[in-house]
Design a protein around this ligand. Structure first.
Ligand SMILES: *[C@@H]1O[C@H](CO)[C@@H](O)[C@H](O)[C@H]1NC(C)=O
Ligand SMILES: *[C@@H]1O[C@H](CO)[C@@H](O)[C@H](O)[C@H]1NC(C)=O
Ligand SMILES: *[C@@H]1O[C@H](CO)[C@@H](O)[C@H](O)[C@H]1NC(C)=O
Length: 516
């Protein structure tokens, strides 16, 4: 029966319009690490100051991926309290030790990391025997300082760690850590992958004469840019594949890349003992003659009748305690407020889901009585505490309620490849009267390749009023001396704006409609 249904679906899809093969993980998913065990493939990616950390995706065909859990989903593994934007969880490596049937996920949490203050971090790994159980060990920290760690078992059983960072060798007390390779790579459009080989982990290391083996930067008009941070995997049939991160600047404009760094797949062949990525061609959205494009993205609709949230929802930083409930009011997602606002470097009552396509609409309905002019709940198109655009309901200070719009952006100036931020934060707040004293309000955020419009509709009205339209450049330019590693997400929030609040915010549904 299952087989019959399956073949019906395949036949049905084959007459549909097809989307792209890449990105295989749409929406921001930087620094992919890929692993195969038997016929199962797994990918882990980076999450920065979002919680839980390191999504683990599963596939059996490399094309269709399912989120099965997160490597770091308990506060004892990951305490992101006050972590700066784009610090936090960086670059995983997902590996398997067959003799003990143990999965290893190495990771780095950059807790102390801003443009002015950078300490080298201690990386760590977590383990599990059952990757589908969504439960990993507490962190076991490496002594060495560095990030981008990886783990390698030699055939004789020796185990090695690699990292980016400083040479940790100190006299004879600590295992010498020779620098294998230095001074390659680059960031932004200069980002690339190179490969070296050697007869043993201690070298000597020989550089591939064809390096870089992945680099879209020579042609800035290509739809995929910033390619690099790649990883390799061998299929059960002996075919080889790679994954890498890339960004898709919109309309060739590096100032519009609000989806951030996504995960791309490509075939790998071998020549003279060196891997050739994607037939020597740049990383692309289609892989002609190798893989068929997949069906377009479908809408995501959650009517909140389930008692658990699906895995694709994120908190900003580690929540101090659960602030959401799907049982307090059946059929609704209830957010209980806390005192933190979206612009605070802390853990507001904010629930996020990644934007997956440039043209994408987010819609929800909110039931919220705002008792004071500080109690506020609504929706946001969110990058970080520094960059977010909100539309909500707030008290009018006179027992009534009103609409509030807020854009929280940074000043911009011309940088090396595109605009960059100055360090000034510009917050613009405006208020709009509501005609209904109570009852639910619907909210909608309409994104296209260059802008977002934020709107609301009262009562049974089908007409949305859009008081805010922002250029999405404000969600896609890197700060001066700082970092820009994520992408945009849609969110719902409830805040007391600096004071505790007991006013619950009830959301009736979550609908995200991507175009491709
Ligand atoms: C809220 O109301 C208080 C008391 O009326 C007033 O002092 C304050 O300025 C108001 N704040 C805002 C954000 O409207
Ligand atoms: C950041 O702000 C400080 C103080 O306002 C100023 O001195 C400095 O020049 C600014 N830096 C940048 C890169 O804009
Ligand atoms: C995106 O939407 C805005 C607002 O509706 C519109 O002004 C703009 O032309 C649109 N951009 C594109 C590329 O369609």
């Amino acid at each position: 029966m299952t087989i019959a249904i399956f073949s019906f679906i395949i036949a049905f899809l084959s007459v549909q319009a097809f989307g792209l093969i890449n990105p295989i993980l749409p929406g921001w998913n930087p620094d992919p690490s890929i692993l195969r065990v038997g016929s199962d493939y797994f990918i882990a990616t980076s999450t920065f100051e979002y919680f839980p950390g390191h999504p683990i995706y599963h596939s059996t065909d490399l094309v269709t991926w399912t989120l099965i859990g997160h490597g770091l989903n308990r506060p004892s593994q990951l305490s992101l309290f006050g972590t700066p934007s784009d610090a936090g969880i960086w670059a995983p490596a997902l590996r398997y030790h067959a003799p003990t049937q143990m999965f290893y996920l190495s990771s780095t949490a950059r807790y102390a990391y801003t443009a002015e203050y950078r300490l080298f971090p201690r990386s760590f790994y977590v383990t599990t025997k059952n990757i589908f159980a969504n439960s990993w060990s507490d962190p076991i920290y490496f002594d060495a300082l560095g990030y981008d760690t990886d783990i390698f078992w030699d055939t004789n059983g020796d185990v090695y760690s690699t990292w980016s960072g400083i040479n940790n060798a100190v006299d004879k007390i600590y295992t010498p850590s020779p620098s294998l390779i230095s001074g390659i790579g680059g960031a932004g459009p200069e980002h690339r992958s190179t490969i070296q080989r050697g007869p043993s982990p201690s070298g000597p290391w020989e550089s591939n004469p064809k390096n870089p083996i992945l680099f879209n930067g020579p042609d800035l008009s290509l739809p995929v840019q910033d390619t690099g941070h790649s990883d390799l995997v061998e299929g059960p049939d002996g075919s080889w594949w790679g994954v890498a991160l890339g960004v898709r600047p919109q309309n060739g404009d590096f100032n519009h890349q609000q989806l951030g760094r996504e995960t791309f797949l490509f075939p790998v062949t071998w020549e003279n003992g060196w891997p050739v990525f994607n037939g020597g061609n740049p990383l692309s959205e289609h892989i002609e003659g190798v893989l068929q494009d997949k069906s377009p993205l479908v809408a995501y609709l959650n009517d909140f009748t389930s008692h658990t949230l699906d895995l694709a929802f994120y908190f900003l930083r580690t929540p101090y305690k659960a602030f959401h409930s799907l049982t307090a009011r059946p059929g609704y997602l209830r957010l209980n407020a806390n005192s933190f606002a979206l612009g605070d470097r802390d853990s507001p009552a904010l629930l996020l889901r990644k934007q997956t396509s440039y043209e994408e609409t987010f819609e929800t309905e909110l039931d919220f009585a705002a008792p004071t002019n500080l109690t506020e709940a609504g929706v946001t198109i969110f990058y970080s505490d520094l960059l977010h655009n909100d539309l909500g309901i707030v008290g009018d200070g006179d027992g009534g309620r009103q609409i509030v719009t807020r854009t929280n952006v940074q000043g911009v100036q011309v940088g090396p490849w595109a605009l960059v931020y100055t360090n000034s934060t510009i917050t613009t707040v405006a208020y709009h009267p509501l005609t209904t004293a109570s009852g639910p309000i619907r909210f909608k955020i309409v994104g296209n390749s260059t802008s977002y419009s934020l709107g609301y509709a009262e009562g049974s009205s089908t007409e949305f009023i859009f008081p805010t339209k922002i250029d999405s450049v404000l969600l896609s330019v890197p700060p001066v001396g700082g970092f820009f590693f994520k992408g945009a997400a849609f969110g719902v929030y409830n805040t007391g704006n600096g004071k505790p609040s007991l006013a619950p915010a009830d959301f009736a549904y979550w609908k995200q409609t991507p175009a491709l």
